[in-house]
Design a protein around this ligand. Sequence first.
Ligand code: SF4
Length: 350
Amino acid sequence: MKSFDYVRPTTVAEAIAAMASPGAAFLASGTNLLDLMKTGAARPGRLVDITRLAGLDRIERLADGGFRIGALVRNADLAHDAAFFRAFPAVAEALLSGASAQLRNAATVGGNLMQKTRCAYFYDPASACNRRDPGSGCDALEGENRLHAVLGWSPSCIAVHPSDFCVPLVALDAAVEIEGRDGRREIALEALHRLPGDAPARETGLAPGELVTGLHLPASAAAFASHARYLKLRERTSYAFAVVSAAAALDIEDGTIRAARLALGGVAAKPWRARAAEQDLAGASPGPAAFRRAAEAALADARPSGDNGFKIELARRLVARALSLAARGTPQRLPALPGSPFSSHPGAVS
Ligand code: SF4
């Protein structure tokens, strides 16, 4: 392993200043970065340990009913926060469907947003990978690619973003708080992750040295709390990334969908907001016909990037299932296996 500096600042300003060193990387719980360093896929010259930064470990309910979540809040702590679950149950379900209990206890909210793709070639320095080593090629194109992208990909990179958490967050218009040398700013989470285009190594909209300090969920997102689900198809029942996933949230009044939110995971290099499907659902009666139409709209632009054409129909069916379960009502308690599309839990409209 390449040797590196280690610094542990106590303020955000110190952390941002420490990132001026060439090859510096932020370190929180390290559940992704340390894996990358062990394989040699990441070789930082300096680790800036942000775990002692004050004030980034709080879950705050705002006066307007929204929530602010510090970047260092642990995934498990957020998922089990009762007030947060009541307001944003699909987000809690997504968190609890991810990784393992041990990882959820360690991993942070900010780290979840910033995690790298799980494309196996990205983790193997002997493989060609434009995302890790720009201009080197993409071994996934002719390789093992059945879990790769079906939306928004380019010949430069067909990788997918692995987060569960980000999928309902994007559906619910979450925003990201960022601090850097030029001060503080806030952007929509949907704008944080980038599609590969011809520059897949540029994965996010962050400027060099910028730090994600928190996440903001607007009060308006809580209007969907009664009809919200996150479903995840995976190759094992736990501790596996999504083959495809869907976050569905409905605002239903008098038997009509007033508004819908829908996003997909495991299909693109970013969580994929399905706005055309949302528009189709607005004003419709909840039911199989409307949900199938929405699923068709959500995947209208999908095309295989390799041996993964099966994911397109799988995603359509998962979208329809997620909408159907959301329409039945958010469960009062999460199913024993959060995110399972096979759960027979009937839901309970409140
Ligand atoms: Fe690298 Fe992307 Fe190709 Fe995977 S799909 S090898 S991450 S360029």
